[in-house]
Design a protein around this ligand. Structure first.
Ligand SMILES: Cc1ncc(COP(=O)(O)O)c(C=O)c1O
Length: 441
């Protein structure tokens, strides 16, 4: 280990700590992550994870598809491929994005290893340290981790039940610019938001686009849940009304299977070229095997029907979650009503702290993600994200029952001692978001 082995500074556990780049200091695993290792025991009802219910797929069909790919196109599937992604898959992706009104040329698409990688590529292409990225309040923890790792100045913008508030967005742009900051991206999840569970109505999308266009700031639209609505047509993507100002991210993680790790970005020509170069630098090319599996799936399976059956599974679970919250949660607790996607965002009665409460919840065999993980600035202490995507309806009802007893007990303590027990933020250290476990993202 040479010199580093005899290093006396830094951490005794990690002798390389003084060798890291500044940006690596922003990569930290949260204490919550460690707690969830304990919480993954089968007796714990996890309302924490964002894992899609892949069991709704036919495993026989998936096995056949995987076999066909190797048998019929093995030499291609098992070889390196194009850094931009397989061209026939890119054409098929456009059939999927047409469902949210997005039409483009296959050349506008970059296939990525999940949309998480696209978040990384866009950020590394646009952002220098200190550049401002405007995000919702709360925002997707995996995106916050990327922005922080590139040393962006992440600024939260207020939301309400209709998502990002246009006036607040304008104010945030004005304030950042008045402070001499360079605002590079507006990051938004307009449909079935993770973690807030809300969806921007059409008029709001138009206002947000107008503000971004006037300010000359690129919109990074993250849309992994857009096809998982529970009623009516899928919401029309922002990208459908602006092909030059919006970078659109999509994913097969929620509509087929997250383990395939296939997502994509659709970007204006110049941006797309940069993204391909960045992707080649990162991974050479996305997995041909995974891409051809997705391509074969889309070509041979009734994928629209499969998405409908995912919608039904998640709608039933959403209903079980909302009904049991309504029936069991103590007065003063509120939550959002998701019209699609995986999550509801809960606000606890005044004085309670969701981070401090988590160890007690896990003792009672129920887990959730505390709200502070979805902010970079310590907001969200009274919030938690509950996900209904993975446990079946009976488990969800049991999980909410357990959670309601924990909240009741916390309220009792708060009533007795005048404040919530525990040290606020003690689990998450700084109270800021840090790298989540993948199944929590
Ligand atoms: C809002 C959002 N963006 C991106 C991702 C990453 O998805 P992928 O599996 O495509 O990398 C997730 C995963 O949960 C997500 O919720």
């Amino acid at each position: 280990m040479g010199e580093a082995g005899s290093h006396v500074e830094g951490s005794r556990l990690d002798p390389w700590v003084d060798s890291y780049a500044t940006r690596a200091k922003n990569l930290s695993a949260s204490a919550i992550r460690a707690l969830f290792a304990v919480a993954s025991r089968p007796e714990v009802v996890s309302l924490a994870g964002g894992m899609p219910y892949v069991q709704a797929l036919s495993m026989d069909d998936m096995a056949d598809i995987a076999a066909q790919v190797v048998r019929d196109r093995g030499p291609q599937a098992l070889q390196y491929g194009s850094g931009q992604g397989d061209v026939s898959l890119r054409e098929q992706i456009l059939d999927v994005t047409a469902e949210v009104g997005v039409h483009a040329h296959p050349d506008d698409i970059v296939v990525t290893t999940g949309s998480q990688m696209a978040l990384d590529l866009v950020t590394r292409t646009f952002c220098d340290p200190g550049d401002v990225v405007l995000v919702e309040s709360p925002s997707y923890v995996g995106a916050l981790g990327v922005f922080r790792s590139y040393e962006c100045d992440v600024v939260h913008v207020a939301m309400d039940d209709d998502g990002l508030i246009p006036e607040a967005l304008q104010q945030a742009i004005d304030a950042a610019r008045a402070a001499g900051k360079n605002v590079k991206l507006i990051y938004t999840i307009p449909s079935f938001h993770n973690p807030a569970g809300v969806t921007q109505p059409a008029h709001r999308r138009a206002q947000i686009l107008e503000i971004a266009q006037r300010a000359g700031i690129a919109v990074l639209e993250d849309d992994p849940y857009g096809l998982l609505g529970f009623e009516g047509e899928p919401p029309r993507a922002l990208r459908a009304d602006d092909d030059q100002g919006v970078i659109y991210l999509g994913s097969f993680s929620k509509t087929i299977a997250s383990g395939l790790r296939v997502g994509w970005a659709i970007a204006p020509h110049g941006v797309r070229e940069k993204l391909v170069l960045a992707a080649e630098a990162a991974t050479l090319c996305p997995s041909n095997y995974a891409q051809l599996t997705v391509s074969q799936y889309l070509a041979t399976q009734p994928w629209r029907e499969q998405i409908k059956s995912f919608q039904e599974v998640y709608r039933e679970r959403r209903d079980a979650m909302l009904e049991s919250l309504q029936a069991m949660m103590p007065a003063g607790t509120t939550w959002t009503i998701p019209a699609g996607g995986f999550y509801t965002w809960v606000t606890l009665p005044e004085g309670l702290d969701a981070t401090a409460m988590l160890p007690r919840a896990i003792t009672e065999l129920v887990a959730y993600v505390p709200g502070t993980g979805f902010f970079v600035d310590g907001q969200g202490t009274a919030n938690m994200r509950l996900s209904y995507c993975y446990p079946d309806p009976d488990r969800i009802r049991e999980g909410v029952r357990r959670l309601s007893t924990v909240v009741e007990a916390e309220l009792e303590i708060a009533r007795t001692f005048g404040t919530a027990a525990g040290t606020p933020g003690s689990l998450s250290g700084s109270g800021e978001s840090s790298t989540p476990a993948p199944d929590l993202a």
